[in-house]
Design a protein around this ligand. Structure first.
Ligand code: OGA
Ligand code: NI
Length: 351
């Protein structure tokens, strides 16, 4: 692996509010270390009209400039997050026999346990073990650990509520009705996945390796928290930044469906996971996506003057299967939905 690909770079960005201390009192519009935007969920949902309007503008800026932010005051308890991590840890320590039926299931199977990204195509080159479970409209989960079903049900419901509220605010931030994105993507019957990631201690060459290469997520919005070991990096202004969470915060990652539905106004963000050091890293992901049968296309209101739409409609199920069945390659998967233009900007005909 090329040196440049693996070295974690930690660049200090600018933060008008001066970093962590201003966050809670100022609500939204604040930013954490490295300038990563921070969204105060409580203000977004319960704030007075003017506070809320400001929070929506700040959220829009976070989506437009970063595609990545932290959310605080989100109402998901630390106890539930801890239960999720503990239960996932228990699952990891179960003997292989109990997990064999899920090992390397196909990309559209509802329960999958594996290593790397999809080892059929990537040869498990990456230092990552995962558990993926479809969580909505129906939760699928391994029978053991016994408490997994209850914990996952609770966590899926709470985080789905949070992500759907964020989708509503994001819709407003685009100048649309709060329900417009939801309507376009049939979010009332959204598809949701939970993913547990485990990155073992890594003491290979240079002590730095790749857990997950640069990619964008195939869904709409991804919520992520980790076990206190950093390693998530996001691309911002052409640089890789190490994302360090505020205490209790979730990371939110804009996915490919947000880029499509917003006609490219809000781009899916490239991110990756690096590993290094003696401590295992764990992260837990809750991703909300359009209904599997929704045909996702840009909302026409967001067409740029005279330029038409940037993406053609694609059924989410087909998009997900495509992204999950191929090697992870940055944002290449989005090209199957992108309208190709010639050098003068004219749309090239598809066969
Ligand atoms: C993912 C992902 C990053 C991390 O699961 O899609 O990007 O920090 N994970 O584990
Ligand atoms: Ni990701």
């Amino acid at each position: 692996m090329a040196e440049t690909e693996t070295s974690p770079c930690h660049t200090t960005g600018e933060c008008a509010n001066g970093g962590h201390s201003a966050i809670v009192s100022s609500g939204t519009g604040a930013c954490g270390g490295d300038g990563i935007p921070v969204v105060d969920f409580d203000v977004l949902v319960n704030g007075a009209a003017d506070q809320r309007a400001q929070a929506i503008r700040d959220l829009g800026r976070a989506c437009e400039d970063w595609g990545f932010f932290m959310v605080i005051n989100h109402g998901v308890s630390e106890a539930l997050k801890e239960a999720v991590m503990e239960t996932y840890k228990e699952l990891l320590s179960l003997p292989e026999e109990g997990k064999a039926e899920y090992l390397e299931a196909g990309p559209m199977d509802p329960i999958r346990i594996g290593s790397g990204f999809y080892s059929v195509v990537d040869g498990a080159r990456y230092s990552r073990d995962y558990l993926k479970m479809f969580a909505h409209p129906e939760l699928h989960c391994p029978a053991n650990p016994a408490k997994l079903r209850d914990v996952a049900t609770d966590y899926a419901a709470k985080t789905r509520g949070l992500l759907l509220q964020l989708a509503k605010a994001i819709s407003e931030s685009l100048g649309l009705d709060g329900g417009r994105i939801s309507e376009a993507l049939s979010l009332e019957s959204c598809f949701q996945i939970l993913v547990g990631n485990h990155y073992p201690p890594y003491t290979g060459p240079d002590n730095v390796g790749m857990g997950l290469p640069a990619h964008s997520d195939h869904g709409l919005l991804t919520l992520l928290f980790q076990n206190g070991v950093d390693g998530l990096q996001v691309e911002h202004d052409g640089q890789w930044l190490l994302a360090e969470p505020l205490p209790g915060a979730f990371f939110v990652i804009a996915g490919d469906q947000l880029e499509i539905v917003s006609n490219g106004r809000y781009k899916a963000v490239l991110h990756r996971a690096v590993v290094g050091g003696e401590r295992a890293r764990m992260s837990f992901v809750s991703m909300v996506s359009p209904c599997l049968d929704a045909v996702v296309e840009p909302v026409p209101e967001l067409a740029r003057d005279g330029q038409g739409l940037e993406f053609r409609g694609i059924r989410y199920r087909d998009y997900m299967a495509h992204q999950q069945s191929n090697k992870l390659d940055g944002k290449a998967a989005l090209d199957i939905a992108r309208v190709q233009r010639d050098i003068s900007g004219r749309i090239e005909q598809h066969n």
